[in-house]
Design a protein around this ligand. Structure first.
Ligand SMILES: [Ca+2]
Length: 207
């Protein structure tokens, strides 16, 4: 039996092109899925603070520009950050941001426990954090554990450890008032100087 080597090669080529076609289809699907998650807000603060924010103050943390610092107990800085988005179609969104915790925030159960809450414009609570990753050795602020780096703010006279908590949550359409979505980021640390917070990479997207 004389098998045609060219025929075999041709069949191989066809199988190849079918695989290529499938791969292209998958790629097109992946691209369209990515395009569907459209960001309507993408603020990294490196080129300034957009006017929708209630505060303009930024803080450099290891080369990254964050909005902050904040501490509601210290009048030198704002206590909360409000983001007001007007003319936004009322629907469900996904909000993500990096929460920078500066100093050793205390978790629930500690007598100096801190909290971080995200409200919408109707005083609805979208997020309420009571557990924080900020550990220090022997109650010594200068010996942070598991932190991302060190930062000095105008509130503390020395460098403090900072930790980054990436947050990703759903914001449902009932958080809107008409076509306005207001988001209030509000940390409530117990210390005036050695506990503060900042925000970076704030993103609101259509899921
Ligand atoms: Ca505290």
């Amino acid at each position: 039996m004389d098998r045609n080597p060219f025929g075999l090669r041709k069949e191989g080529r066809m199988r190849h092109s079918r695989v290529l076609f499938l791969a292209l289809c998958l790629l097109a699907l992946a691209v369209s899925a990515f395009a569907d998650a459209t960001a309507v807000v993408e603020h990294d603060f490196s080129k300034g603070v957009p006017a929708q924010w209630s505060t303009r103050q930024t803080l450099s943390i290891d080369g990254l520009t964050a909005l902050g610092p904040f501490n509601e107990k210290n009048s030198a800085v704002p206590g909360k950050a409000e983001l007001t988005l007007r003319g936004l179609p009322k629907r469900d969104y996904v909000l993500s941001f990096d929460l920078y915790l500066i100093g050793s925030w205390d978790s629930e159960g500690d007598k100096l426990a801190d909290t971080f809450t995200l409200y919408d414009g109707n005083n609805g609570i979208l997020l309420h954090m009571t557990e924080f990753p900020c550990a220090i050795e022997n109650n010594d602020e200068s010996r942070p554990v598991g932190h991302k780096g060190l930062v000095r703010t105008q509130l503390s006279e020395r460098e403090l450890g900072y930790w980054v908590v990436p947050v990703r949550i759903a914001v449902e359409s009932d958080s809107f008032t008409g076509e306005t979505l207001k988001l209030v980021f509000w940390g409530k640390p117990t210390a005036r100087r050695v506990e503060s917070w900042a925000l970076a990479n704030v993103r609101l997207e259509r899921p």
